[in-house]
Design a protein around this ligand. Structure first.
Ligand SMILES: C[S@@+](CC[C@H](N)C(=O)[O-])C[C@H]1O[C@@H](n2cnc3c(N)ncnc32)[C@H](O)[C@@H]1O
Length: 259
């Protein structure tokens, strides 16, 4: 797993946190006692949960020590765990009223096993709630893959450096509906308003570009990759009259309520 940089990630804190706010607002539980945020990053989504349920005991978990350190610094009053969602938790001891995740499960493999396992740790009447980006076929992602496959770049990427793990809505329905009392599924298209194509590159330097850039040997090579990527992006994002660009971002939301 490539390393995460909380400062780079939080350059777009409002845009990245809005889906967490929207998801938390739709969880129909007035007062859960124990809430955990899986893949909490620097704690921005965890803080949303504390605002939604001020009396709840709140825990954040992330596999990145740098993210947990940033989270702990900004929010010392929550509980923080360093750990891997793929192996968390011990199902015999874990019981949470809300198991929440915003923009993290796309990095975790095997959702067919992961989600039922997590759902078994939700208390009766509680909720498993998550949001995953669902825009991996959109131009910014497609162009990363296409650029890496060109003759100029493919020697640097003998194997594709990452694999996304997000599925279509029907997969999540089929996986969780048989186990759940009730399921809510929806998608939202956010239009992030960014400062030109460079804003899109800055956005992805905090997330989707990291695995590609970290496979490259040095800064000069990374800068050339970004320059080539930028040239491919430009035709897809014509500026508005004020010079800014509209960056559409499709996201999938799931809430499964336990029986
Ligand atoms: C895009 S950030 C989301 C941060 C935050 N939840 C938010 O709403 O902005 C994804 C986070 O998931 C974490 N992550 C990725 N794979 C993980 C795993 N297998 N176990 C735990 N955390 C993981 C990363 O370290 C990163 O902090």
């Amino acid at each position: 797993m490539p390393s995460w940089n909380s400062d780079q990630y939080l350059k777009f804190a409002n845009e990245r946190t809005q889906p967490a706010t929207d998801l938390a607002a739709r969880i129909a539980l007035p007062a859960p006692a124990r809430v955990i945020d899986l893949g909490c990053g620097p704690g921005n989504s965890t803080a949303v949960l504390a605002r939604r349920w001020p009396a709840a005991g709140i825990t954040g978990l992330d596999s990145s020590p740098a993210m947990i350190a940033a989270a702990e610094k900004d929010h010392p009053h929550f509980s923080w765990l360093t750990g891997d969602i793929a192996t968390w938790p011990d199902p015999t001891t874990a019981a949470y009223d809300v198991i929440f995740s915003n923009a993290a499960y796309q990095w975790v493999p095997d959702h067919a096993t992961l989600l039922p396992r997590l759902f078994r740790c939700v208390t009766p009447g509680g909720a498993l709630a998550f949001q995953v980006p669902a825009n991996f076929d959109a131009p910014p992602h497609r162009l990363m893959r296409e650029l890496a496959a060109t003759p100029a770049w493919r020697t640097h990427f003998p194997t594709a450096p990452r694999e996304w793990h997000t599925h279509a809505p029907a997969f999540y329905y089929d996986t969780l509906a048989p186990l759940a009392a009730h399921l809510d599924l929806w998608t939202t298209d956010y239009f992030h308003i960014l400062d030109g194509v460079d804003g899109i590159i800055e956005w992805y330097r905090g997330t989707g570009l990291r695995p590609w850039l970290e496979a490259l040997p040095d800064d000069a090579t990374r800068n050339q990759f970004l320059a080539d990527y930028r040239a491919l992006l430009v035709p897809y994002f014509p500026p508005q009259p004020d010079g800014r660009v509209l960056f559409p971002f499709h996201r999938l939301f799931v809430i499964a309520y336990a029986k």
